[in-house]
Design a protein around this ligand. Structure first.
Ligand SMILES: [Zn+2]
Ligand SMILES: [Zn+2]
Length: 99
């Protein structure tokens, strides 16, 4: 094998490697999701009380002001105020007047 084809072969391998890395890192288009103002999706809200039962990590500090890790506390959201795709699907259609 002559040096030129060796070089081309190496280049192709390098290009394939980089392309593979880029392809893996690239993410698809963001899917619009029904998200509440608290940042949690509708699926993490109670369907009846609409309170959020997701847990959020809260920083805790010692008395001296040192970071002491996370504690998981319930989300303070009390009502889901984001869009409701389910309601749109199941909302009763207004019937046209029959008269
Ligand atoms: Zn929440
Ligand atoms: Zn919420």
């Amino acid at each position: 094998m002559d040096p030129l084809s060796l070089l081309v072969g190496g280049l192709l391998v390098a290009v394939g490697f980089v392309a593979g890395r880029l392809g893996r890192r690239r993410q698809g288009p963001a899917i619009p999701q029904a998200v509440c103002a608290c940042g949690h999706p509708l699926s993490q809200h109670d369907p009846e009380s609409t309170t959020c039962y997701a847990e959020v990590a809260r920083d805790t500090y010692t008395k001296r002001g040192r970071w002491a890790g996370h504690t998981w506390v319930a989300c303070s959201c009390r009502q889901y105020i984001g869009p409701r795709p389910i309601d749109e699907v199941f909302a009763p259609r207004l019937l046209p007047p029959t008269s």
